[in-house]
Design a protein around this ligand. Structure first.
Ligand SMILES: [Zn+2]
Length: 342
């Protein structure tokens, strides 16, 4: 098969990709590394971009190369029209084509799908308008990044695995892919997930090309906003609770020793609750237990409830922090996107 490759511009470049080299294929797709002998009708039936591309009169014409990286040049290979997709990495296009041809290749319910496959399918299915594949990938990602506080906290474990790696290592690549593919309803929760990293890690994700500059900017802004919101709520917790207790004087707690005061030798671990955007570390019970060890159990529950309501407010703020609208709108948007007939 390597002999075929020598026919391409006499360069040692792209080689036929064996699993996608069909003897009765009627078009050759060329990337930087691989050649694919596939069927126009198969691609046209699923992708409007390929459909339009194959409709172009330029195929097989001899009027010289067309403009643009996705243009069709009047070149042939083994007597078949050759379409150069110079922008694409061969491996990534192979994922897309395998998802088109092989029923077993991609399942939206398989959490072991390699991350690279997930991100490549999302970006390329969007670019070439393979709507079924795009919907499946968006559905799959949304299942692993739920939008409610309880569901998210239940799933968000730094040690858990997702897409063949540590879950936390998926956040930046998924954010970058969702940003590129403009999947708006996935962005706020992915921004949120990525906001727990240090500034240096975020900057690194940008310099390595994993996330775009605009995406990086929105991430930094939202991260700062969430950290401020959390800091404010934690720093004013004592004052707020004292105020609530003084307003309810008639129902004041009668339990001996129940107070918001802390013993002299009590170390309040303030720092562990500050400068974080990660809401799993600022649960109501965690905060009240650490800050106010002298509350009776009733008052503890009441205060924890208040602290929890503060956390819910911060959670509600997340999409706005990342320049989106409310969770309910985003939810609706996602549902519509997934239910659209394609
Ligand atoms: Zn009490």
């Amino acid at each position: 098969m390597n002999d075929h490759a020598q026919g391409i511009d006499a360069t040692p470049g792209p080689k036929p990709f064996e699993a996608l080299w069909f003897s009765d294929g009627n078009v050759i797709l060329a990337t930087d590394t691989y050649l694919f002998k596939v069927h126009k009708s198969m691609l046209s039936s699923q992708s409007s971009v390929f459909r339009d591309m194959f409709d172009l009169p330029l195929v097989g014409d001899s009027q010289g190369p067309s403009e643009g990286d996705r243009g069709i040049v009047p070149e042939t290979y083994d007597g078949l029209p050759l379409v150069k997709l110079a922008d694409e990495k061969g491996e990534e296009l192979a994922y897309l084509l395998r998802a088109v041809y092989e029923r077993q290749f991609y399942h939206r319910d398989d959490a072991r799908t390699p991350l690279k496959v997930v991100t490549s399918l999302l970006v390329l299915s969007t670019k070439y308008d393979f709507e079924h594949i795009r919907k499946d990938v968006i559905f799959q990602i949304s299942k692993h990044y739920p939008m409610t506080l309880d569901e998210y906290c239940a799933i968000d474990d730094d040690k858990s695995q997702l897409f063949g790696m540590d879950r936390k290592d998926c956040h930046f690549p998924l954010l970058g892919a969702a940003f590129t593919a403009q999947v708006e309803p996935l962005l706020p929760i992915l921004y949120y997930a990525a906001s727990h990293f240090y500034a240096g890690d975020i900057f690194q994700a940008f310099t390595s090309g994993t996330i775009a500059m605009e995406c990086c900017k929105t991430l930094f802004n939202g991260r700062e906003s969430l950290q401020s919101s959390t800091n404010l709520s934690v720093a004013s917790m004592r004052e707020s609770l004292a105020q609530i207790r003084s307003l309810n004087k008639d129902k004041a707690c009668q339990t001996q020793g129940c107070t918001l005061d802390v013993p002299d030798d009590h170390q309040t671990p303030f720092s562990s609750f500050l400068n974080t955007s990660d809401q799993k570390y600022v649960g109501g019970q965690q905060i009240i237990k650490s800050f106010f060890p002298q509350l009776c159990s009733n008052c503890f529950s009441e205060c924890a409830k208040y602290a929890e309501s503060e956390r819910s407010l911060t959670w509600a703020w997340i999409p706005m922090a990342f320049a989106h609208s409310k969770w309910e709108d985003i939810h609706k948007e996602l549902e519509e996107l997934l239910s659209e007939d394609v």
